[in-house]
Design a protein around this ligand. Sequence first.
Ligand code: ATP
Ligand code: MG
Length: 435
Amino acid sequence: MRRSKYFMPTLKETPSEAQIPSHRLMLRAGMVRQTAAGIYSWLPMGYRVLRKIEQIVREEMDATGAQEILMPTIQPAELWQESGRYDDYGKEMLRINDRHDRALLYGPTHEEIVTDIFRNSVRSYRDLPQNLYQIHWKFRDEVRPRFGVMRGREFFMKDNYSFDIDAESARRSYNKMFVSYLRTFARMGLTPIPMQADSGAIGGDMSHEFIVLADTGESAVYCDRDWFKTDPLSLEIDFDADLQPIVDRWTELYAATDEKHDAENCPIDEKQLYTGRGIEVGHIFYFGTKYSDSMGATVSDSEGKETKVEMGSYGIGVSRLVGAIIEANHDDDGIIWPESVAPFKAGIINLRAGDEGCDGVCQQLYDGLTEAGVDALYDDRDERAGVKFAEMDLIGLPWQIAVGPRGVKAGTVEIKQRGGEREEVSVESALARLT
Ligand code: ATP
Ligand code: MG
């Protein structure tokens, strides 16, 4: 992509409405624009990142055997009246009437819809287990939308729903999601910490929030320093095997939020205790027969008896992750994208656009990268070098290659990793490093 043609309305001034770095940087880098309170438009740069994150989530879901579906954002009120949540959900639910005065709502979550699909389609235990997911928009009329896309009203979520014949099988489904979440967040360069969460009326330990560390996070985190010793991506995972040992290994390490942490009785000694802040990026939840009970979702078991199906639901805040990843990866100059989610892998900076030599080398680099399937943003504008360097640092691409007249004469370009040192190398070795 040529910078001169790219729609990336960057801002020089720090927007005054933004309180935290990710919100400031997303506005300054031209990734998003606020359309209404807590409602955002995604511009090309931001949308590229959102899609990269979405794709990692999708690949990891598919690896567990879950199947992708797409449910409507607009839902009929009747289904929520059936589950009993229509009145309970309160003001966070955006309620709408259509022209015939039928009550609709913009879905804040999809348990009711998916349970309705299930009960109308599945009759036998032979068709279980099932796990259906979607990646789509939700609307929750939050009292205080804030921190940009981190707490929006309209936001992009991966949500999925498991259906099992009994509690034992439901635990296996839960464990798959637990392990899959560890991998999903690790692939984005984040350190995921699963913390036992309140599972409300159902009780037990079958609800975990996944927190990633960032100083500006809304949740306090207390955990054993041993969390950071094992990279989830180093584990060999077979989703058909028993995952309980892996889940146990992660849950036996103590981790707690503010409400659960008890300084007096904390089982971790002071030296081993890590105290920090984090952002909730995912939540997994086993709720048994809550919806199959109220909405009548049953299948016949192996003896022909009608049995209520056991369910769980699992969410990942896909749009929140864009902000969370920036919170975890930035410096005073801007964003530092982990390669797996970067909008482009490399930026090419032409330090003298219009100079034949510089233009030629830049084009050679750009073509070489494009042919090798490496996304590059080529800053071909007639702008001062300082402006270009500052913008590249702001938008945080993992690699920068600067091409100037002096280097071109000597047959070299300058390559650096975002936040790293510049190095003078030949055009060929710059290409070799990135392809
Ligand atoms: P929170 O405690 O942050 O309000 P929640 O518990 O209401 O979140 P869930 O219903 O568990 O959220 O939703 C699953 C995931 O969706 C959350 O882990 C979070 O990452 C994301 N999410 C929830 N609310 C928002 C929001 N208002 N804006 C952006 N992402 C959100
Ligand atoms: Mg939650």
